[in-house]
Design a protein around this ligand. Structure first.
Ligand SMILES: [Zn+2]
Ligand SMILES: [Zn+2]
Length: 268
């Protein structure tokens, strides 16, 4: 049985991929990666994302402001996000959240932007792609607070926090997505988080062009390499790669309910 894998998070509008989308899609297919979501980091550059998603059947997209860019997009409203999310290829809100590693935007501005995205996710019913780095406590607290005000669908993307944040997220219904970091030897906390995340709540991604998994660590990452992260997840959970692919893909289609499931995923 062939693998059918989803890369739930990549950045195909970044310059590393300019003019290379077709070859990247071909290599992805060769590695069983038949669908991907290219993630918005600036609402004001959504045109680039939309063009890529419209041109390729297997590419879907999101709308949102990365915390790094929150300071440049303080005027983006819930209504803006909700309106853009009506586009048939927009299947999620984000990525948004808190990044205290770089602090490229002041923390209060990151928090305000994060809340705007949470409201848009609640209003649209689309999953919220959450970026959190060195911000466990505030991320956990804000998600719990906001969940108390009305349900939304959180996805902790590129999980790189202490396992405690995975526990808190799972307790309020979040899904957790793992990137190439999962394949790094020294990532004990991430391995633990992957083990404690139930098989019906786990996703895989590349976050390409960054964070290539072993054996490509340090090189430009691309959706085809989702396969290495998936295989590592299977080893950590003591299941076959086929089982891991079936579970992560099923979880993806549950969470990203707006994505049309291609026949290749039915057969796998
Ligand atoms: Zn991110
Ligand atoms: Zn990202």
């Amino acid at each position: 049985m062939p693998l059918a894998i989803v890369d739930s998070h990549c950045h195909l509008d970044f310059e590393q991929f300019t003019g290379k989308i077709d070859e990247i899609l071909a290599r992805a297919r060769d590695n069983g990666v038949f669908l991907m979501v290219t993630i918005s980091t600036r609402v004001k550059q959504f045109d680039r994302i939309r063009a890529i998603a419209e041109a390729h059947e297997e590419i879907w997209c999101t709308i949102g402001t990365h915390p790094h860019n929150a300071k440049d997009e303080t005027d983006v409203t819930v209504d803006d996000l909700v309106r853009i999310a009506q586009h048939p290829k927009v299947v999620g809100i984000g990525e948004a959240g808190l990044d205290y590693h770089y602090d490229f935007s002041p923390r209060d501005i990151q928090a305000a932007s994060f809340r705007t995205h949470i409201r848009a996710a609640r209003e649209t019913g689309l999953p919220l792609v959450i970026h959190s780095r060195e911000a466990e406590e505030d991320t956990g607290r804000m998600l719990e607070e906001e969940m108390g005000k009305g349900a939304f669908k959180p996805l902790l993307h590129c999980f790189a926090s202490k396992p405690e944040l995975a526990r808190r997220g799972l307790a309020i219904g979040a899904y957790v997505s793992f990137s190439g970091i999962l394949t790094f030897k020294n990532a004990a906390d991430i391995h633990e988080a992957a083990r404690l995340t139930p098989l019906d709540r786990v996703l895989v991604e590349t976050d390409s062009p960054y964070l290539a998994p072993v054996p490509y660590r340090g090189k430009t990452n691309e959706p085809a390499y989702t396969r290495y992260t998936l295989e590592h997840l299977a080893r950590l959970k003591d299941i076959s790669p086929e089982q891991a692919a079936r579970a992560t893909s099923a979880n993806f289609f549950n969470l990203f309910h707006k994505v049309k499931k291609p026949p290749v995923f039915e057969a796998a």
